[in-house]
Design a protein around this ligand. Structure first.
Ligand SMILES: *Cc1c(COP(=O)(O)O)cnc(C)c1O
Length: 493
């Protein structure tokens, strides 16, 4: 809640001082307090002008202001009630009083009415400088110093040796699969619970995805299901060329058992860390566990270049090859010669400038998202019986890229889509959990290994899960609106 001290005034205040205070107040109203500090009435520019017209001087006080029954609301008000009052009286601000009649807050129409989005870009102070430098030097495209510096800065931030900046996270996954020689007819394992971009590149290469379920502790790839899938594949003589392990909503998968299993069968891991930049697994940064790791800088991710991605690895040869493939696989010949099929997947020098600025504030962005999650969790403890937050195992340091929960109230059927629609009606954007890949029409014929024969965790999460607005640039008032709305809606349904 924002402080209201700067907009309170008393009957001893001079008209001159009140006018100055009004000038400072963005809301255009002051709250007049009575001698016992209770709210008395609102004061606007028009009220002061009427006093002056009636013969008062600037040095007179507000003592002669007539009493007035101002429109107010009381704590615990609903958003709908507040908007209805504002519409009825054609006003944009309402004082909120506590049960003692003390003003605790001034709520504005914008606070109530403004669309709250799931996750929006949040620029820092340096992005523009890097982009302007690119303009100054006319280093607009294609490569350039920002690209090289962004690669080095990101690599050193997460402690990995090599990185290639690309046009998207999807491009990074596509190249990772190419680098591991995935070709037509090959099998690739992939987390079932993810965004479709994790799996699409398998199809681009004519390979076949096999989807692996989540485990309940982290919502990420189930080592139990992975083991069954590997045993089966080994028996059939059809081991996968790669396993794409996804880190969901800012949280790492449980890599120790996953790596042990993959090493056992000699299958390389591609770590899809698109959603987990800034997270840790047992004190080691997310993105550094696979033979190759990928990040996304899409607009809704924790940091963004408007669109972009990064491929990282300890293996310099692989990253060198990625740079080659991402720039149309041009042979080192004096003319345009190609012996391999390449892609146009490189990041531009302009966007890499945005990325460098964003990387400077990554740690701040992580802390903001964690703080938003902590606030949701603390302030909604009274809903414990109805919602269960995404768990964070003790080996995980999640960024809480998105604050997510499942509806667990046993007294009624879970209806995440109904809740999402009700939130949308009051301009709060929430989203369902990813629809698992094995349930996607486009992947109907693909194999799927559930956590246990009779327990499909990803389906359970999809049927109950909700992602809340989590942007690092959300205001306290916006967070409060989400909290109040959730409580109202879950208590009322
Ligand atoms: C965003 C995302 C991607 C794709 O990244 P783009 O940069 O949008 O191509 C891949 N995997 C997951 C899990 C994602 O959330």
């Amino acid at each position: 809640m924002s402080s209201i001290c700067s907009i309170t005034t008393t009957r001893h205040t001079t008209i001159r001082a009140a006018m100055q205070a009004l000038d400072q107040a963005a809301s255009g109203i002051l709250l007049l307090l009575s001698a016992d500090d209770r709210f008395s009435r609102t004061v606007t520019d028009g009220d002061l002008r009427r006093l002056l017209l009636d013969g008062a001087s600037l040095d007179d006080t507000l003592a002669t202001l007539p009493a007035l029954e101002s429109v107010v609301l009381h704590e615990g008000y609903t958003v709908q009630a507040a908007l209805a009052l504002m519409n009825k009286y054609v006003i944009n601000h309402l004082p909120i009083l506590d049960h003692n009649g003390m003003a605790v807050h001034l709520v504005s129409r914008l606070d109530l009415d403004e669309q709250i989005l799931l996750s929006t870009p949040h620029m820092g102070d340096f992005e523009k400088e890097y982009v302007e430098e690119a303009f100054r030097s006319n280093w607009i495209a294609p490569l350039g110093p920002n690209v090289t510096a962004f690669e080095q800065e990101l690599a050193s931030h997460i402690g990995v040796a090599h990185a290639a900046a690309l046009s998207s996270g999807t491009a990074a996954i596509h190249l990772a699969l190419r680098l591991l020689d995935v070709i037509q007819g090959d099998i690739v394992f992939c987390s079932a619970l993810t965004f479709v971009a994790s799996a699409n590149p398998i199809i681009y290469l004519g390979a076949k995805p096999v989807f692996i379920d989540s485990e309940p502790e982290s919502w990420n790839m189930s080592p139990v299901a992975l083991e069954r899938a590997l045993v089966d594949a080994h028996r059939k003589g059809q081991l996968p060329k790669a396993v794409i392990v996804v880190n969901l909503y800012g949280q790492s998968a449980d890599y120790d058992p996953i790596i042990a299993l993959c090493n056992n069968y000699n299958v390389p891991i591609i770590e899809d860390a698109a959603e987990s930049l800034g997270a840790f697994y047992k004190d080691k940064p997310s993105g550094t566990f696979g033979k190759l790791g990928i990040f996304s800088f899409n607009g809704n991710k924790i940091i963004t270049t408007s669109g972009g991605g990064m491929l990282v690895s300890q293996d310099g040869g692989l990253i060198e090859k990625a740079r080659f493939l991402s720039t149309q696989a041009r042979d080192p010949a004096p003319y345009y010669q190609h012996t391999e099929i390449g892609y146009n997947y490189r990041m531009s020098n302009i966007l890499a400038g945005v990325g460098r600025g964003q990387l400077k504030v990554l740690d701040q962005r992580v802390r903001s998202r964690q703080a938003i999650f902590n606030r949701y969790q603390q302030e909604l403890v009274d809903l414990e019986e109805m919602i269960q937050w995404m768990p964070e195992p003790d080996w995980s340091q999640s960024t809480r890229w998105l604050s997510t929960f499942t509806l667990v109230d046993k007294t009624r059927p879970a209806d995440p889509l109904g809740l999402i629609a009700r939130l949308a009606a009051i301009k709060i954007e929430a989203r369902p959990i990813w629809k698992p890949m094995h349930l996607q029409p486009v992947f109907t014929n693909c194999s799927y290994y559930p956590h246990h024969a009779d327990q499909s965790v990803s389906e359970y999460l999809f049927n109950r899960g909700i992602c809340l607005p989590s942007g690092s640039n959300m205001t306290e008032m916006q967070q409060a609106r989400v909290i109040t709305a959730l409580r109202e809606l879950l208590r009322e349904i």
